[in-house]
Design a protein around this ligand. Sequence first.
Ligand SMILES: *Cc1c(COP(=O)(O)O)cnc(C)c1O
Length: 384
Amino acid sequence: MSQDAFSNRSRAVQAMGRIEPETGGVTPPIHVSTTYIRDPDNGYASGFVYGRPDNATTREAEEILAMLEEAPAGALLFSSGMAAATTVFRALDPGDHIVAPKVMYWALRNWLATEAARWGIVVDFVDATDLAALRGAMRPGATKLVWIETPANPLWDVADIRAAAKIAHEAGARLAVDSTCASPVLTRPIALGADIVMHSATKVLNGHSDVIAGALAGARDDDFWRRIVAIRKSEGAIIGPFEAYLLTRGLRTLHLRVERQCASAMTLTRLFSEHPLVSGVLYPGLPDHPGHAIAAGQMEGGFGYMLSIRAAGGAQAAIGAAARVRLWKRATSLGGVESLIEHRASIEGPGTPCPDDLLRLSVGIEDARDLYDDLDAALRTTRD
Ligand SMILES: *Cc1c(COP(=O)(O)O)cnc(C)c1O
């Protein structure tokens, strides 16, 4: 029976059901060779020539990701999420106009405002939850790319992927979606009209806080996609084979982890919504979250593993609570099996849209009750 008959989940669990031909191993080996033997007829029948453009272990992880994202052009893995994202912008031409959200992954926003601007990319930052603003920012003919992130760091704004795709396409632009905080378990942007999906695979795709990696998945094998492939090849931004192997290992449990993380995020949202020392909970799963209806229409099976809470006592109460937790780990990043807490305004610095009383929570797979009790105790102590 063809593996295609099985669900994405079943195929991901078995890393596409591949059996290693030499030994019958159910886990593939790590291909480390940087160079490959040339055939006597001067060809390369294996398809592999050199390690910078391509690698068999990388391809295996890419195949799983392309399947999960339902990406006809396939997926490409990079040495980091930033390497993946910046390659999309590198594939544009000087003078091209792009539209990006005001609320987005901070390091990428900084890069767009500094590096991208330096070589002639014209960037407009808009409120991506406001479709009229998005439409108004388009410059038909000049706008080549609309970038959105949903749910978006660290306020968990929800952008409407279908509507953004329509607006972008009507102006002759492509839509790229940073889907890191949704994951393909919850949202498949290409099916909703996106042209490119980007992930920091460092986060929930790998899920174990031990790999830096990024990914792109493409809707069409067109000139733009081929330029992205060529840039990765020539500039060497490919993931290493060991990282690709770990990523495949992480992808085998992706569905299980995301389901558990979403369920716990929802539980924590409910409990902290009632908490006397919490002035607000930001989570798309809350019915009164401004993006709830859109999230419900484009996310399946949960509203994500990320939420933020606002400390009623202000910035010092937030920083104090983060200092007192014992189970939550005080660290940046997100999407791992261990739950992380971060005072986000401190890391983003001046100009951030993040309120200074906000704690960003990346919900892992520990007992939700333990996570609540630990943070509840940390919040209450700040009052003494
Ligand atoms: C972490 C992250 C990135 C950057 O990815 P790296 O792997 O750290 O380079 C981009 N977007 C989002 C939403 C992220 O969380």
